[in-house]
Design a protein around this ligand. Structure first.
Ligand code: GDP
Ligand code: MG
Length: 194
């Protein structure tokens, strides 16, 4: 897919303040600092659209980016940041769960995991929510550039086993390897909907 335009349009911290628009949405989910913003920026080939930061736990709202005037990337708040209070974590959980459970426009969820680590219990919980709500999803294992070829092979095997899915794309925001595969899945999810 050729990206001709990409712009930030809204941030929503509550269900009520979410966009009232029927265009298809692709949601990005992942642990805080996993490389979610970098993935979005590098897929779109823009820098600084989705804010990247080495300070985890910054994004506390759902951020909507309109792509090609026809669909949205939705940046969901990162989970698993230890310094966030329990109340905040519960609030976060409710917001995400409600979005996943009720959002009619959601055509694909991209669950991002770190290629260097075994998927965490929270990653597994996300995956079980996606399955529970019968949502189509793709797992992206990012930061692959930090691994040797042999380590990458092992990482992919382990992620497939732990998450119980074959649909995992290994990715790097530095080299953009895997971008084509991800865009193919995004493209067919959008087409299937319209
Ligand atoms: N080497 C490498 N670093 C990455 C990659 N993706 C993200 N990072 C770095 O990881 C940190 C967190 O990335 P960010 O996109 O802000 O994570 P987010 O909190 O999930 O949105 C930043 O310092 C990024 O530069 C990648 O594919 N390769
Ligand atoms: Mg981010």
């Amino acid at each position: 897919m050729k990206v001709t335009s990409a712009k930030f349009v809204a941030a929503a911290a509550t269900q009520a303040s979410m966009l009232n628009d029927s265009k298809p949405e692709i949601a990005f989910l992942g642990r805080s600092n996993v490389g979610k913003s970098s993935l979005m920026n590098s897929l779109l080939q823009v820098t600084g659209l989705a804010r990247t930061s080495s300070t985890p736990g910054r994004t506390q709202s759902l951020n909507f980016f309109l792509i090609n005037e026809s669909f949205y990337f939705v940046d969901l708040p990162g989970y698993g940041y230890a310094k966030v209070s329990k109340d905040k974590r519960q609030e976060w959980g409710k917001l995400i769960e409600k979005y996943l459970a009720e959002r009619q426009q959601l055509v694909l969820s991209i669950l991002i995991v770190d290629a260097r680590h075994e998927p965490s219990p929270l990653d597994l919980q996300m995956k079980s929510w996606l399955q529970h709500f019968e949502l189509p999803y793709l797992v992206v294992s990012t930061k692959a550039d930090k691994l040797s070829l042999n380590e990458r092979r092992k990482s992919l095997q382990l992620a497939k086993k732990v998450l119980g899915t074959e649909s995992i794309v290994q990715y790097s925001s530095v080299t953009r390897e895997g971008a084509k595969d991800i865009w193919n899945v995004i493209g067919s999810s959008i087409t299937a909907k319209s």
